[in-house]
Design a protein around this ligand. Structure first.
Ligand SMILES: NC(=O)c1ccc[n+]([C@@H]2O[C@H](COP(=O)([O-])OP(=O)(O)OC[C@H]3O[C@@H](n4cnc5c(N)ncnc54)[C@H](O)[C@@H]3O)[C@@H](O)[C@H]2O)c1
Length: 389
C-alpha cells in the first residue's frame, strides 16, 4: 500500500497535527516547517524528526519531490497565497481556517486546485467535532424531522492573541459558527443580510476598518426554506468562549449548552404532529401546545471511525499543563476533530477522491462570512453570495 509524505507548516497550533501525522498508518515521512526555530526544535525533539526534514521556509518543502501533501497552519493572511504556492508546486494542500481573506483569494485557490489536479481540503474543525457528528447522525436517521431553523455563533475574546487578530472583522472568519449549519442543511448559501452592532476600541477598528464589536447575519439557502442566523465577536464583549450551534427540527431540536461545563439539550415532541387535544374550557387538563420533553444529553465520541493508531487523539492532546495552546482548551479540544481531519485529508488523497470539505465548499462557507461582513459595512444591504465553481 502506498504511503504519503507530508509537511506541516506552522508549529504553534499546528504542533497538534504533527503528533497525529507521525502516528497515522498511511504516512511515511513527516516534514516540519516554521520560521520560529524554537518551535521547530520542539517539534524535532518531541517527535524525533531528523534534521533533514526540518525547515524554516515553505519553499524548501515545495522543492522536495517526495513530499505529496502540505498542511498549512500559519497565520490567516498567508493561507491563500501559501495554498496557491503549494498547489502550483504539484502538491496536495490542506489549510486551516480562514480559507482566505477576500472573494478573490477564494477564487485564486479554486483556480490553482483545478490547474494542479491535486486535492485541496479546508481543515474546518467544527464539522468533525463529536457534537456535529452526533446531530448529523440524528438528522440522517430522520429523528429531527424537517429542519425549520438553525442558529450558530463563535464567541471568542481575543485580547492578547497575536496582533494579526486585532480588530479582525467578526464575520470575516465565520466558519467555526456557520459550517455545521450549512453542512447539515445540505444546501448552498444564497443571500446574506447582516448588521454590525456596538463598537471596538479605535486602535482595533483602525486595523481592518471594522468598527463593530458584534456582527450578526441571516443567511438564506439555495432551493431551501431554511434560514440560518449567525453571530460572531472577537473583542469588546464580556462573554466566555463558545463555538456553538442550535438546530430546530419539527420533531426534535438541539441546543448547545450555555456554559462550558454543562451538557447540551435535546427537545423531543412526544405526541403526533397536528394531534393536540383541545379539551373544553372548563377542564383543568387543557392541553394547548404539544408536549415537548427536554433532556440534557451526553454526546458520544467518534474515535471508532478512525484507525486505532490515531483514535486516542479525539480525547488526548499533545498540549498539557506545560505546553498549552489556548484554542485547544477553549474549544474543548475542538470536539475531538483533529484526527478526523487528518484522516480525511490523507484518505481522500490515497483514494483519489474529493475530500469531505473541498475548495468549493470551503469557499462557500468562508465567502458567506466575507459577504456578511460586506453587508454589515453597508448597513444591512442584502448581498448575493457568489457562485463558486
Ligand atoms: N479550530 C481551529 O481550526 C483553529 C484553532 C487555532 C488556530 N487555528 C488557525 O491556525 C492558524 C495558526 O494559529 P496559531 O494560534 O498557531 O497562530 P500563531 O501565530 O501562534 O502561530 C503561527 C505559526 O506559524 C509560523 N509562521 C508564520 N509565518 C510563517 C512562514 N511564512 N513560514 C513558516 N512559518 C510561519 C509562526 O512562526 C508561528 O509559529 C491560524 O490561521 C488560526 O486561524 C485554527
Amino acid at each position: 500500500m502506498k504511503k504519503l509524505n507530508v509537511a506541516l507548516v506552522g508549529l504553534s497550533f499546528g504542533l497538534e497535527f504533527v503528533a497525529i501525522y507521525c502516528k497515522h498508518p498511511d504516512i511515511d515521512k513527516v516534514y516540519v516547517v516554521d520560521k520560529n526555530e524554537k518551535l521547530l526544535n520542539i517539534a524535532k525533539e518531541r517527535y524525533s524528526i531528523p534534521d533533514e526534514r526540518c525547515f524554516t521556509d515553505l519553499q524548501d518543502v515545495l522543492d522536495i519531490p517526495e513530499i505529496d501533501a502540505v498542511h498549512l497552519v500559519t497565520p490567516p493572511a498567508t493561507h491563500a497565497p501559501f495554498s496557491v504556492r503549494v498547489l502550483n508546486a504539484g502538491k496536495h494542500c490542506g489549510c486551516t481556517i480562514p480559507m482566505g481573506m477576500s472573494i478573490q483569494e477564494l477564487n485564486d485557490i479554486i483556480a490553482a486546485r483545478k490547474a494542479s489536479g491535486k486535492n485541496y481540503m479546508f481543515m474546518e474543525t467544527t464539522i468533525f467535532q463529536r457534537e456535529f457528528l452526533y446531530i448529523q447522525e440524528l438528522y440522517k436517521k430522520g429523528e429531527l424531522g424537517r429542519l425549520q431553523y438553525m442558529t450558530c455563533a463563535h464567541y471568542q475574546d481575543m485580547e492578547g492573541w497575536p496582533e494579526y487578530w486585532e480588530g479582525f472583522p467578526p464575520l470575516m472568519h465565520p466558519t467555526h459558527a456557520v459550517a455545521p449549519c450549512l453542512m447539515l442543511a445540505g444546501h448552498l448559501p444564497d443571500k446574506v443580510y447582516a448588521r454590525g452592532s456596538g463598537k471596538v476600541r479605535k486602535e482595533l477598528a483602525d486595523k481592518y476598518g471594522c468598527p463593530f464589536a458584534f456582527e450578526s447575519a441571516f443567511i438564506s439557502l439555495q432551493d431551501s426554506d431554511v434560514t440560518i442566523e449567525m453571530e460572531r465577536f472577537l473583542y469588546g464583549v464580556a462573554r466566555s468562549y463558545s463555538e456553538c450551534f442550535r438546530v430546530y427540527g419539527e420533531n426534535e431540536s438541539f441546543e448547545w449548552q450555555q456554559l462550558g461545563d454543562e451538557d447540551p439539550v435535546l427537545f423531543t415532541r412526544t405526541g403526533e404532529l397536528g394531534k393536540v387535544d383541545i379539551l373544553d374550557e372548563d377542564s383543568e387538563k387543557s392541553s394547548r401546545g404539544s408536549e415537548i420533553v427536554e433532556k440534557r444529553i451526553q454526546i458520544p465520541d467518534y474515535a471508532h471511525l478512525l484507525p486505532k493508531e490515531i483514535a486516542s487523539f479525539t480525547t488526548n492532546t499533545v498540549y498539557n499543563n506545560e505546553n498549552t495552546h489556548l484554542s485547544f482548551t477553549q474549544g474543548g479540544g475542538h470536539g475531538g476533530s483533529h484526527p478526523h481531519l487528518v484522516h480525511e485529508f490523507i484518505r481522500s488523497i490515497l483514494e483519489e477522491r474529493k475530500p469531505a470539505i473541498d475548495d468549493i465548499m470551503g469557499a462557500y462557507w468562508t465567502g458567506t462570512g466575507i459577504c456578511a461582513h460586506e453587508s454589515a459595512m453597508k448597513g444591512g444591504e442584502v448581498i448575493t453570495i457568489p457562485r463558486f465553481e
